[in-house]
Structure formats: C-alpha cells, structure tokens
Design a protein around this ligand. Structure first.
Ligand SMILES: [Zn+2]
Length: 303
C-alpha cells in the first residue's frame, strides 16, 4: 500500500509543472512572439487580435475575459489602438494585476519611436483612429528591440527568480535581431527612396527604417473607407509620381486597390503588419522576412 501511494505521489510530482508559468496576454501576436522569445519556458502567451485581423477592430470574445482574468501581464500597443474593444474586457476580467497603471500592465509604446504625434488637439470625432500618433510602430525592428527590453524588465519585476533567464534570452533576441536587420537592410537598400501607396497608414515606421517614402493612402483617413474622389486623387498621384506599388494589409477589401492598379499599372502587394497574418509568419523575424521578400519580388522588373 505504502509503495503504491509513493509511486502515485511521484507520478503526481512528475506531472505538475516545476513552477507556474507567467501568464502573458497581449493585444497583438507580435508582442506575444517577442514575449515568448524573452520569456522562454517561464511564460505562456496568448494574443487577443490575430495577425490577420484589423488590430483596431477586434471582436471581443467571452474567452478573452477568462484569459485576462488569469493573466499576470497584459501587453498593449497603447496610443488607443485597443480603445474599441479592450477597456470593457479589462473591466469584466476583474483582475487588479493587469489594470492600467498596475504592475502587470505594459504599454509597449513607451520608449519606442512613435511617429505622427499630433501637435494640435485631435479627437476621434474627426474620424481618425490614430489620434495620439501612429500605433503601428512595431514594424520598425528598432522598436522591436525596445519592446523586447520593456518586456524583459517587466517579466523580471513580476517573476524575479527568472531574471537571469530573461536577461539571457533578451541578449539572444537582440543579437539575432541585429543580424537579421543587417540582412533586411541589405535586401531593401537597392530600393531606397522608392515611393509607395499603402491602404491604411500602417507603415510609417517600416518606411522610415527601410527608407521608403509613403506618398499616400487608399483610405482618405485612417479608419475611413475609400471614397470615389479620394481614389481619383490616388490614381493621379500614382501616375504623376510613377509609384510602383500599393501595399495592402490582409484584412482590407482589395477591390479599390485592384481598380487603382488596373488604371495605373502599379502592383498590389499583400503586406502583413503582424505575426500570424499568414501561417508562415510564425514569429517577429518571419514577419520582416516575409514582407521584405514580397516587396523585393514586386519590384523586380520595375527598376
Ligand atoms: Zn491604424
């Protein structure tokens, strides 16, 4: 009997995790990917918005409340990217650890290079969903590095016994990012100064880092669908400035971009702003690998 009990107990011990993993919920798969790189086996990550969804407009699911109620850390893009769905979920989750201002709430924009910060007061009543600056800043690898550092510091604060692991993983992430960025910059170098049109204003940070020039958007304003008069302006702009590509995020209707392309000869390129936008975009590094290859391929024969 005693033997059986002991065997049973040892089975239980083997089955139980050595420690409870830090539960990390992010608004975006990009932050989950970086948190997973930095946190390794000490963390379990979950992203609310999937990479193929518009991060401004996410359908809140009841399962999100459960995830948030059990979270130790919540990572958000901030700058009101999540304003349309996240605040009521945080309220309903009743988890003091992750409320704004608490230790387990991380606004990933802090310390990042944020573009288009307004100089005058802007309100959402004007229809612009980027009232505090551009919230798509993770598309610059330099901001990815800042985000990784913020996540490592936050994880060390929440789970101090993992500090050495987080610091080691952060160093590995930074080293790989530096190496990959050299490769990406090399691939993009021949296209420095190329003008582009994008559907939504998702790419100012990407364009700055990789030296592209965003000349216009298919949307008249971020969050406002295309209008006939604005579409005509974009057609004229593409023709006048000989713009070779229109980049389209995967969650927009390609009807307008395709009609602009038919009239101008510009190529429509699906461009993914987030990890998980396509099954092969499995992590933060694959995001740049994929988009940069798509861009370079679209430019072949256009120079
Ligand atoms: Zn946006």
């Amino acid at each position: 009997m005693k033997r059986i009990t002991l065997a049973f107990l040892s089975l239980l011990v083997a089955a139980a995790p050595a420690f409870a993993k830090v539960q990390v919920v992010s608004s975006l798969q990009d932050f989950s990917s970086i948190a997973q790189s930095v946190g390794g086996d000490r963390v379990e990550t979950f992203a609310l918005a999937k990479g193929y969804q518009d991060p401004h407009f996410v359908d809140a699911k009841p399962s999100f409340i459960l995830k948030l109620s059990r979270a130790d850390l919540l990572i958000v893009a901030g700058l009101e990217l999540e304003i349309g769905y996240l605040p009521p979920l945080i309220d309903q989750a009743r988890n003091d650890k992750i409320k704004p201002g608490s230790r387990g709430y991380l606004d990933a924009s802090i310390g990042c290079d944020i573009l288009q910060r307004p100089t005058t007061q802007v309100t959402r009543a004007m229809g612009d969903v980027h009232p505090y600056g551009n919230p798509h800043y993770w598309t610059d690898p330099n901001n990815g590095r800042v985000i990784a550092k913020s996540i490592a510091a936050k994880l060390s604060e929440i789970d101090p016994s993992g500090r050495t692991t987080y610091e080691k993983n952060l160093a590995a992430f930074e080293a790989r990012l530096a190496e990959k960025d050299k490769e990406w910059l090399g691939k993009m170098a021949p296209y420095a100064g190329t003008k582009i049109v994008t559907f939504h204003d998702s790419w100012p940070n990407f364009a700055k880092h990789f030296k592209l020039e965003v000349a216009g958007h298919v949307e008249p304003k971020p969050g406002i669908p295309p209008s006939p008069s604005h579409t005509l302006e974009i057609i004229n702009l593409i023709q006048a400035q000989k713009i070779p590509v229109i980049l389209v995020e995967p969650y927009f209707d390609t009807k307008t971009p395709n009609s602009i392309a038919a009239k101008t000869g510009a190529a429509v390129v699906m461009f993914y702003p987030s990890v998980g936008g396509k099954s092969e975009i499995k992590d933060y590094f694959a995001l740049f690998d994929y988009d940069i290859d798509a861009f370079v391929n679209s430019m072949k024969g256009k120079k």
